[in-house]
Design a protein around this ligand. Structure first.
Ligand SMILES: Nc1ncnc2c1ncn2[C@@H]1O[C@H](COP(=O)(O)OP(=O)(O)O)[C@@H](O)[C@H]1O
Ligand SMILES: [Mg+2]
Length: 350
């Protein structure tokens, strides 16, 4: 039964009772002068009931039809249909809750769209980035098959190029696998409390050997207290440093590469600064370098391989450590990456 029908029936019942009662009273008392009074009384009852029914009808039916309209819109996929709740009763509250639900659905739908868009970009980037080394491998292999590599030197060069290109693909695939794992939180972190200076000095020692062998200058400066401790997953933190340094090497355009590593004490955190004198990042690109799949235009067009996910992995790991990462850069001069790791605070036992 519809709400309207129910209200009409209720109205009839409200009307029938006083009519029946007053008619019965008149019939018993047999006083005709009361008839006029009865008519006034009935009119008042009638008017009151009409107003009452209208009031109930409006407070229930108006928000209900608004809700109905909103539900229909949502069902049809229109999540922009706003529902205005002006009443401060239960129906107003219901409309408000409903609108909140709509906003959440809308946010979810937008997030899903964004993820889909990113996935499409990822697929096209991966295809592009894998295609480049595959094309080179095919070309050099064909060269060998056709006998173009007719001297041992040429043969050596061709095979080396094939090997290097295959390595490039391997790196890219590893980065993607790691990214997929990190993004779905499938990497277990093994946090331990260790001495900050010992840990980062070890990293610096390894970097120094690796970089100096490539002809890149490396300097390490420590400004923190010896006893500062940090909570880190040593393996993942190494990944952060390696990824940042590999960018510095990859985007190096100076004949003499210089990389620096500074450790600073910034209150509750230890700050690590990794600076380079590579080609730098344009101010317009700087805010986006930690976004997944972002590569500055020039790096996308350059022959340097890369998926644009290295720094997004770095950011994710630093954030999982309760830290933060940012960068400053001067185009043509170099870049400095800063990140902070929370210090371990010993709680005194009382
Ligand atoms: N040290 C750096 N010097 C110059 N450009 C950098 C440096 N680090 C990052 N970038 C820029 O930020 C982009 C994103 O870096 P990253 O996420 O590591 O992706 P990828 O190295 O795969 O391109 C790079 O494509 C590059 O344009
Ligand atoms: Mg990178």
């Amino acid at each position: 039964m519809k709400l309207k029908t129910k209200l009409i029936i209720a109205f009839m019942i409200v009307m029938i009772f006083p009519i029946a009662l007053t008619t019965a009273a008149i019939a018993i008392m047999r006083k005709p002068e009361i008839v006029e009074l009865q008519q006034v009384f009935l009119l008042v009852v009638f008017m009151t009931s009409v107003l009452l029914m209208y009031w109930i009808y409006r407070t229930v039916s108006v928000p209900l039809s608004k809700l109905q309209k909103a539900v229909r819109n949502i069902k049809e996929g229109n999540l922009d249909f706003e529902i205005h709740a002006d009443a401060d009763d239960e129906f107003g509250q219901l409309c408000q809750d409903f609108d909140e639900m709509r906003l959440r659905l809308k946010a979810n739908a937008e997030e899903k769209q964004e993820t889909e868009r990113e996935n499409k970009v990822l697929i096209s980037n991966i295809s592009h980035d894998l295609k480049t080394p595959v094309t080179a491998i095919k070309g050099y292999a064909e060269g060998i098959m056709d006998g173009v590599a007719d001297t041992p030197e040429k043969m050596d060069k061709y095979i080396r190029t094939i090997y290097n290109k295959a390595n490039e693909m391997d790196l890219l695939i590893n980065e993607l696998t790691l990214y997929a794992k990190i993004d779905t939180n499938r990497i277990p972190y093994n946090f331990t409390t260790i001495s900050a200076i010992e840990y980062f000095r070890d990293c610096a020692d390894d970097l120094s050997i690796e970089l100096e062998s490539k002809g890149t200058k490396f300097e390490f400066r420590n400004y923190i207290e010896e006893d500062s401790k940090i909570i880190v997953d040593p393996e993942q933190m190494r990944r952060v440093i390696n990824n940042i340094i590999s960018n510095s090497i990859k985007y190096m355009d100076k004949p003499q590469g210089k990389i620096t590593m500074n450790l600073r004490d910034v209150g509750d955190f230890v700050q690590v600064e990794l600076g380079d004198n590579a080609r730098g990042i344009a101010a317009k690109d700087l805010p986006y370098i930690f976004d997944r799949f972002f590569r500055a235009d020039s790096s996308r067009n350059s022959s340097k391989g890369g998926s644009g996910i290295g720094l997004s992995i770095v950011k994710k790991i630093v954030e999982e450590h309760g830290g933060n990462i940012w960068a400053t850069s001067v185009e043509g001069e170099g870049t400095t990456m800063y990140f902070v790791v929370r210090k371990y605070q010993e709680v005194p036992i009382q």
